[in-house]
Design a protein around this ligand. Sequence first.
Ligand SMILES: [Zn+2]
Length: 177
Amino acid sequence: MHLNLYSPLADGYKSNSQKIRVLTELWVGKNIFCPSCGKSLDNYENNKPVADFYCLECNEDYELKSKKDSMGKKIVDGAYSTMIQRLQSNSNPNFFFLNYDKDTYNIKNFVVIPKHFFIPEIIEKRKPLSSSAKRAGWVGCNILLHNIPESGKIFYIKTMVFKVKIRFLKNGERLLF
Ligand SMILES: [Zn+2]
């Protein structure tokens, strides 16, 4: 497994967030297998709001979030109401969390959080945007990583060490959801 995000395919992007989006999706598509069945993952077409990746074999959906520097305690996400609706629907996705170094593009951590750990209790409602903001009154959310139990965080890569083989050997079984 290659623990660096860089690819010349993203060189043409001016916006850094777009660039990161392209790089992280490329990397996951190439390096990450379905944690549920072990098969390779496919990309959803861009801008599909449901999820980023899916597995043809077992129909699981995966959404990718990335964050630079450190894992931290929370991940900033989109609209609060949309998030809660998704968690309560039966199409809620599993979650991939990728943490990278913004200068070297090295991948520091890669975690899978199975969908049954994605419950409203880990979603924090942010304050509505102020009246001077472009989207005044809009309410976003944070995903509270520290509210997820350790058993709900499956590390593929932890502090730049590839973990999956160790886990396979120790448990003698596949990572089942
Ligand atoms: Zn699968």
